[in-house]
Design a protein around this ligand. Structure first.
Ligand SMILES: O=C(O)CCC(=O)C(=O)O
Ligand SMILES: [Fe+2]
Length: 244
């Protein structure tokens, strides 16, 4: 069940630059979710997952059952973010800006996103969204994540990323990434993704344009994780906006 990471070699920024972004953007426009392929090496995945045990690295912890979000738990990293997490957030963001701006324009939204993550985070911070949002999620047998949207204030970047740190079929079974998309006056469509270890998925946070005879309409997206049937599954979530 192991596939050799194709993008994973060299510093993270180089791996990110080597991705076929035109293909990713085309897939995002068509389906609202796209794989970036495996971008982290197994030892990098294990390194991030191991941080979970160190409470000093995190600003807060959520036990999902207690707040009605599902079953499992997660922690938000505190600043400074781990180097690898910071590098991923910085280097992926600019490649998603064209899609973010095209979606905002098609949906008649006024916001336009700047070219660099730092410039975007300045606007978050000025609006009082100052707390970092990258997080590590852990699920065990029977755990799941209810469909949701990761909005943490007025300002949000319309795409986010998740990277699977565990080995499907070895460390866990079940636990698929699920995204639903609701079309106005219609029922929902689901995308189900089962990444390999180190593989990144980019997907819409809340809205994206669909195209009909009369122009664009708004699709509403939600994401979650199906029930783990065995083992343990850990992911790294990278949300680009900061939180209030
Ligand atoms: O564990 C996953 O695959 C999804 C986690 C999630 O909800 C997120 O990264 O925002
Ligand atoms: Fe989420």
């Amino acid at each position: 069940m192991t596939r050799t990471p194709t993008h994973a070699a060299g510093p993270v920024a180089e791996r990110i630059a080597a991705i076929d972004w035109d293909a990713v953007r085309t897939t995002l426009d068509a389906y609202g979710a796209a794989s970036l392929g495996p971008i982290l090496m197994p030892e990098e995945c294990a390194g991030i997952a191991a941080l979970y045990a160190d409470p000093d690295r995190f600003r807060s912890k959520v036990v999902m059952e207690r707040v009605g979000f599902g079953q499992g738990e997660y922690q938000y990293f505190d600043r400074p973010l781990p180097d690898l997490v910071e590098a991923l957030r910085q280097s992926v963001y600019p490649h998603l800006v064209p899609t973010a701006n095209a979606w905002a324009e098609a949906l008649g939204r006024p916001e336009r996103f700047p070219d660099t993550l730092d410039a975007f985070l300045d606007t978050c911070h000025a609006a009082g969204q100052t707390r970092p949002t990258p997080l590590v999620l852990t699920y065990r047998e029977g755990d799941y994540n209810r469909l949701h949207q990761d909005l943490y204030g007025e300002i949000h970047f319309p795409l986010q990323m998740v990277i699977l740190l565990s080995r499907p079929g070895v460390d866990f079974e079940g636990g698929a990434f699920v995204m639903t998309e609701q079309k106005p006056r219609a029922q929902s469509r689901a995308e189900v993704l089962t990444p390999v270890q180190g593989e990144a998925i980019v997907f819409g946070v809340n809205h994206r344009p669909g195209w009909g005879k009369n122009g664009a309409y708004r699709l509403v997206m939600r994401h979650g994780v199906s029930r783990l049937t065995s083992g343990a599954r850990t992911t790294l979530g990278i949300i680009f906006h900061d939180a209030t």
